[in-house]
Design a protein around this ligand. Structure first.
Ligand code: SAM
Length: 230
């Protein structure tokens, strides 16, 4: 499958069965045990990012780009905490849901700003660029290009999460359960942490914080890298 195919498949998935599935997982309604486990793991990733940003005490001065924002699980609390957030996603349906959730939490606020856009075509500069649980949908070469592009948008900090390759085969098997039925067409790709760090370091980034979220069905390596504003 080519990279272009991957993106088309991912877009279609998150506008159809993937939307229904992930909207539920990223919600608070009733779900099955596997989905509940993934919900718990994902929330831990979001909470870790929020705690890192809040610990620095300068959220109100920050412009943040949340690339592949999904239903706004991070963007909405970040905006609530004072950051200026630009949130975008390739899926129109996910962005529609994010807007509804934002309105329910923040009223008619123009922060976050939402856009339906794939992250490869994003432009502009942000203090911090964040991309959570998106790279899992792309093979290595494509993920490397995405990381490089995100890097070009970030002035001082980049925060990425991905499924690490170290847990390889057992993880692959479990990830198969994430996409049951017709959505099997959506593949899950694991990425070697060393390879991701190498790409980041080649662009002048230094790892500052590193965390791993691991539940039974959810695995995500979280990296925060920083560099002097250039
Ligand atoms: N980052 C969100 C979170 O952690 O709550 C959502 C994670 S969800 C597993 C993956 C999201 O990435 C989906 O909403 C999907 O539409 C989006 N996505 C996938 N490929 C993308 C791309 N190339 N550009 C922008 N968004 C993309």
């Amino acid at each position: 499958m080519t990279a272009v195919d991957d993106k088309t498949v991912v877009r279609e998935y998150f506008n159809a069965t993937g939307f229904d599935r992930w909207r539920r997982i990223y919600g608070d309604g009733e779900v099955n045990k596997v989905q509940l486990d993934i919900r718990t793991g994902h929330q831990q990733t979001v909470d870790t990012v929020l705690s890192w940003l809040q610990a620095d005490g300068n959220l109100a001065q920050l412009s943040v780009c949340d690339a592949g924002c999904g239903v706004g699980s991070l963007s909405i609390p970040l905006a609530e905490a004072g950051a200026t957030v630009f949130a975008s996603d390739i899926s129109e349906k996910m962005v529609g849901e994010a807007k509804e959730r934002s309105q329910a939490t923040l009223g008619q606020s123009t922060n976050p700003t939402f856009a339906v856009q794939d992250l490869e075509t994003l432009s502009g500069r942000y203090h911090t660029v964040i991309c959570l649980d998106v790279l899992i949908h792309y093979p290595q070469d494509k993920a490397a290009a995405m990381i490089s592009h995100l890097s070009s948008l970030a002035e001082s900090r980049l925060i990425l999460s991905f499924a690490p390759k170290t847990l390889a085969y057992s993880l692959l098997k479990k990830i198969g359960d994430f996409f049951p039925g017709p959505s099997k067409a959506t593949r899950a790709y694991l990425h070697r942490e060393a390879a991701v760090v190498k790409i980041l370091e080649s662009q002048g980034w230094t790892v500052q914080r590193n965390a791993m979220t691991k539940t039974s069905f959810y695995f995500s390596r979280l990296l925060e890298v920083t560099r002097e504003k250039g």
